[in-house]
Design a protein around this ligand. Sequence first.
Ligand code: ATP
Length: 366
Amino acid sequence: MSTVTLKDVTKVFRDGTLAVDSINLDVNDGEFMVLLGPSGCGKSTVLRMIAGLEDPTTGAVMLDGELANDLPPRDRKIAMVFQDFALYPHMTVGDNIAFPLRLAGIEPEPRGERVSDVASALGIGDVLARKPGQLSGGQRQRVAMGRAIVRRPGLFLMDEPLSNLDSGLRAELRAEISGLTRELGVTTVYVTHDQAEALTMADRVAIMRRGVLQDVGTPTQVYGRPATLYVAAFLGSPRMNLLEASVYVHLDRYVTLNLGDQSLYLPWNDIRSRAVAHYHGERIVVGMRAEALTPVSPDSPGDVLRGRIRYLEHHGHESLAFLDIGATAIMVDEMGAPLEPPPVGQRGLRRFGSVMQRLTGKPVEP
Ligand code: ATP
């Protein structure tokens, strides 16, 4: 059992840098929590405070429900893996992984068994006799993880462990890491600035910006119903289309959404109407993901936005169309790349999805 609770945790460094600003966060037992945000937003500082390597300036770090602010790192039952992991170069892989067990006074026989279990789970069972210098980068990182996890920590803390590896290896290892931690049931806090890593590995993602926690939720929640405009713009590639709009609810029960010089008429029972109806008479920001928009012919009836294709970008499995719709430009994902590029020019657009909400404020449940 291992849980982490941060209560109003703030960190101000001696030089006055406010690195973490009143963060509240709960990490559940066995959960894989990813801290995501741009460089310098305070992710590592949060991790280091959980590890006991930095003291919070104010607030409480609680481990398993107990206040841990004054608990030394060695008493926290945690293991850490960093980006620039250091292995002992003169020791074999097996001895590197066994090292923490030797320090803990575990007998050679159970020690050997635990090392070979961890090594085979990480796919490095056949290189135990080698020295770190004879390994690839990915294998070295697996050894570092093996060494961290062999003591069966209650809490596993990882700070950008994959950032020095090439992209193929990163994708492979991220599946392995999340598989392994889930298999072991170990609570994990994982720091990254890579949103693909965050969205594929996390049970929940905590998104930070300038020391402030912006949103916490499952990958589907933070992607589909971001809590703030910042998260909406930060998550997803291509970026979410964000358009200013005004809302009018008509008494005969339909909703007009005015986007620049175009209007959409949404029937009352449409999920999108219910999402925006509270904002009658207000200006809001509407978020539409490219993949939630479907290109249709310009004379299609219904809730169609009209735009002119500025250019198309082909990505193999999909194409992105960049459109001007009046004063604004948006992106549309054309599912299944067409063999021939469609003619550039006038096209209709419709069926933007259910990600509409007032992004300037709290998320709105339809
Ligand atoms: P990165 O992804 O680049 O590692 P991060 O999100 O992990 O960034 P932190 O390393 O937590 O960010 O740093 C948060 C802020 O605190 C940054 O402005 C950083 O410069 C500052 N900072 C970190 N450590 C110290 C320190 N020891 N003294 C003063 N400022 C610090």
